[in-house]
Design a protein around this ligand. Sequence first.
Ligand SMILES: Nc1ncnc2c1ncn2[C@@H]1O[C@H](COP(=O)(O)OP(=O)(O)OP(=O)(O)O)[C@@H](O)[C@H]1O
Ligand SMILES: [Mg+2]
Length: 563
Amino acid sequence: MSEAKAVAVKALHGGSVVGRPGDRTRVGAVISVTGAHALVMLDPAHVELDRIHRPQIGAIMSIDAGPTVALGLVSAMSVPAPSLDEPGGDMRIVELELIGEFTKPSARTPARFRRGVTSFPTLGDEVHLATHDELAALFAASGSMSARIGVVKQDTAIPATVAVNELFSRHCAVVGTTGSGKSCAIALMLRSVLKRYSHGHVVILDPHNEYSRCFGDLGVVFDASNFSLPYWMLTFEEFIQVLYPSREGYDEEIEILADLIPAAKKIHASAGGSRMVAERRSEAGAITVDTPTPYRISEVLTLIDKALGGLDSTRSIAPYKRLRARLFAVSQDARYGFMFGGLTVQDTMANFLSTLFRIPVDGRPVSIIELAGLPGEVAQVVVCVTARLAFEFGLWSNGAAPIAIICEDAHRYAPANKDAGFAPTRKALARIAKEGRKVGVSLWVASQRPTELDPTILSQCNTIFAMRLANQADQEALKAAAPDASSSLLACLPSLGLGEAIAVGEGVPLPTRIRFDSLPHEAVPRSLTASFTDGWSVEVDDTGFVERIVEQWRAQRLLLPEV
Ligand SMILES: Nc1ncnc2c1ncn2[C@@H]1O[C@H](COP(=O)(O)OP(=O)(O)OP(=O)(O)O)[C@@H](O)[C@H]1O
Ligand SMILES: [Mg+2]
């Protein structure tokens, strides 16, 4: 700092030198307070300060408000009446959103931060840029229940942390345009949390097959070749959605199936298919169409054949025949091989849940379900059933083993447009968003298009990491969902850098701009982004290239278990 500047600064705040931790840099005084907003007139000499010590959008300022120190977030700045003749003498105004306060320390209690303001600033109160110590206390991790995820942009010496319980129990959304760093942020946060809580249960629904490298030995990867989700674990609604995605015009078939499935389940149970069910079979009506107990598709087909034998009019025969043909076709469809494959039907439910939800963890707390090789409607079924099973497991286990479901590209599975997508999937995800907290199931959603994501789900995400986002409508959708007084911060969304985010909500100490830590190179989610300039600089001189791609393409189908 030049000597002249140092003098100006000293004059400003009674002799302290700017820039050292703990120093207060007075910049102005309060001239208006309305509700949770305050206007500050900057001292003329503030222009002499280094840029870094002047208020900026998103910076935190402290106001000496008697018994407390109120904290305000800079939401706007202006010179209401600029003068052409005397630029130095302009009135400079800063608008603050009051976000919380520090209680002043006493002999017995240290300074403590709390959200909300009990002692409002009055006119003339001195305003300072928050000091390093104040910021450090603000963002201080709440003991062992927090995890570091990056740094605070206003002072990069201060770590940005998340409160683990709040982050998971009240759900989380990570939004931002493509390539803004959402998947990296999710991988980084999970790695950081799992480093502390190694007995976690995390399921990542991975539509781009990019997470397998992020967790090393901590992850178990499931894909079409090793993932089998028996059809009998589906609810009736889910099963119908697989058979008749549009539903309309199939009422008769659906009605017939609703009678036949419980009958087939009872036959399987009485044949000793499942010990537990067999024990319960004396309880009349214990098996319903939705009870997740095994049955054979061949048994349902036999029941249809028997029913057909007793029918004579063509009209009543037709729906049975159509249902038989459809059931047979779907059960033979290679795309659904992971549901209908396997020659024997066994009660593998406990095994399935324990593998998928990592109970016991066995040193690998993350399940990654790769969905990219699956056709869209099949991926929908997998997401739906995984989310529903997680919820029901939480319900029946009373949240004894909390589970986090991470849903990438959530707008595909829970679209805002109620007519799009697969209804049971949206329902399963929305149920976790609404009631998951009570049963120990957490939902994290990532999306490039918050406007296309079901607003009920977004509004239930009490922590939001908003990364670079240029689209106006998407920004508005976020502002509507953001839980804190953070609309001014969200205004910087289009200008955020790679790996930067506005973090708001209950999982973070304060709404603020953060920069995520860097993931080690080998753990960065595998991005499919190809470089055009690299690709267009050389000829593809391998003659078998296209044939090999076609072969691989087909092999992906053949990877599914044979039916
Ligand atoms: N925290 C980080 N550490 C290391 N690299 C990062 C980080 N954040 C972003 N990157 C870089 O940015 C690239 C894009 O990030 P990422 O794949 O997470 O974006 P995305 O928002 O998930 O994109 P999409 O919406 O297309 O999936 C990464 O391949 C990586 O090179
Ligand atoms: Mg991504």
